[in-house]
Design a protein. Structure first.
Length: 152
């Protein structure tokens, strides 16, 4: 068939993990340098993608489907390790959110969200995905709160 009549696929800019198929979260060099062992940095492009799937062994991947696995990380990161803090900057963990739920008030969560939105936050280098944790914290809190409400 003549290529003049074949529509080329559009590049949407979205990249999917070659191991699990999840939509990746784009990160830059500063994030990679802060999260990866030095020997792993040379195996991936300057711009890469974080795989947010908890049980996927891929931590980062690039447009060439090169993968850096979680064993190349400098420290455990959330959600790859559920014991790691959700917030890489200030250390808020699932246990802190669970404590708020047990107390019946989101005291820790509110204080954390205020701090996470301050100039103190260093998300680009402290978070594995290079982004603020506020959405992840809120998502976890709401999902656990809803489960608590639904339980008899």
């Amino acid at each position: 068939m003549n290529k003049a009549f074949v529509r080329e696929p559009e590049d949407t800019g979205k990249r999917y993990c070659p191991q699990c198929g999840a939509l990746g979260e784009q990160v830059g060099r500063a994030t990679l340098e802060a999260q990866l062992r030095p020997e792993a940095l040379g195996t991936i492009a300057e711009t890469a993608y974080f795989c947010p799937t908890a049980n996927c062994a891929a931590a980062y991947f690039d447009v060439f489907d090169r993968v850096v696995t979680v064993d190349a990380l400098l420290r455990p990161v959330y959600p790859k390790d559920r014991d790691a803090p959700i917030c890489g900057c200030f250390g808020l963990a699932e246990d802190d959110i669970e404590a708020d739920l047990a107390d019946g008030a989101p005291t820790r969560v509110r204080a954390h969200l205020a701090r996470a939105n301050s100039a103190e936050a260093r998300c680009e280098t402290a978070a594995a995905n290079g982004r603020s944790c506020t959405a992840a914290v809120q998502k976890y809190y709401i999902s656990r709160l809803n489960r608590q409400i639904e339980a008899p």
